[in-house]
Write a protein that binds this ligand. Sequence first.
Ligand code: AMP
Ligand code: GLY
Length: 421
Amino acid sequence: MKLLVVGGGGREHAIIRSLKKNPDVETIYALPGNGGIAADATCVNISATDIERIVDFAVENRIDYAVVAPDDPLVLGCVDALEAKGIPCFGPKANAAIIEGSKAFSKNLMKKYGIPTAAYEIFTELPAALAYLDTAPIPTVVKADGLALGKGVIIAQTREEAKQAVTDMMANAKFGKSGSTVVIEEFLTGPEVSVLAFTDGRVVRPMVSSMDHKRAGDGDTGLNTGGMGTIAPNPYYTDEIAKQCMKEIFLPTIRAMKKEGRTFRGCLYFGLMLTPQGPKVIEYNCRFGDPETQVVLPLLKSDLLTIMMACTNGTLAKTPVRFSKKHACCVIKASNGYPESYKKGYRLTMSKQAAAHTFVAGAKLENGALVTSGGRVTGTTAVRSTLAEAIVAAYRFSAGVKFRNAYSRSDIGQRALAAKK
Ligand code: AMP
Ligand code: GLY
């Protein structure tokens, strides 16, 4: 089979490595892929948001199956466009990807179907938002409605900060059109859990749970990033909580989307907070998480391509989705200065052992050599019988990944380890 994977980060590298395990896979094209992915797939320099060229490429190259991994092409209708040409895809159509593409949509969906989430108000006019903030409980959370590269969420500790955030979004267009509508919501507390789930629109099969580390600095300090490391499974996510989430959140969400005429097929990411009042949805993503995928897929024992095709074909009910009982840890190496400004273009080298455990996110090939080209550069994953061992091994492998100006958090997994005790 000839496969196409849209995207070019660490998540896509992890997906491609798992897809390659299927013996029927002859070729995988990555659009655009990256310098590291080039070791595992044929990279083609077509942007992940250039839907027209992606479709042309897929038709010309007689692609048998396509995986659309990032949020923007999904929201832009990449799956719709490929399927219109008869190419089966993994990923939701645009009318279902809106569950991530519009926070106003997802909040209203949850309210309508009684799915637990933070209380909220939606605003399309700045004066009304500012007036609401005069009396809103503080701290409060301000969110841009649309996609904002994970940066459109402000936790405001004061009224002034909250007002500044809505002004930046609504009057100063800080996130472009994404911020012309804002959601202001209740501040929740509790451990966070990421649960990615396969779904064919009817059946939902959660993957092993994981924990992201979103802040740039040790001890969860500093700016929010795309994620500086992950562990799986998440020790806070007990079997009992998993059952409750299935009943109160996962199935109701899948059924709600179907009922709205927006059947969701693909990977639905539930960002959950385990509050004292029970699990609540912080966010939905219409795709695999990054870097959650880098710990979840290495624990998948069943065949990824078979599961993905079952999601497309509506046969997930009879397709096994099994995970190892082991533990995984992924440590990100980023360019110093990320998530703000950083230098790139530094030579990236990996020992043989490091390369075997590393998913490349931000590097390109220049004259046959890897050079850094992004904020998050690599994610190195180890799988071991215990979490403590997985952490030690991930850091040991990661030490074999070298480039100038590199930085990692040194405490990935430590909070999870403490929670286990
Ligand atoms: P998001 O981009 O929606 O994942 O939000 C980024 C981060 O902001 C989340 O991972 C949470 O840590 C935090 N967050 C979002 N919404 C809330 C909320 N209602 N209460 C507390 N923290 C939140
Ligand atoms: N790691 C968070 C996300 O993928 O949205």
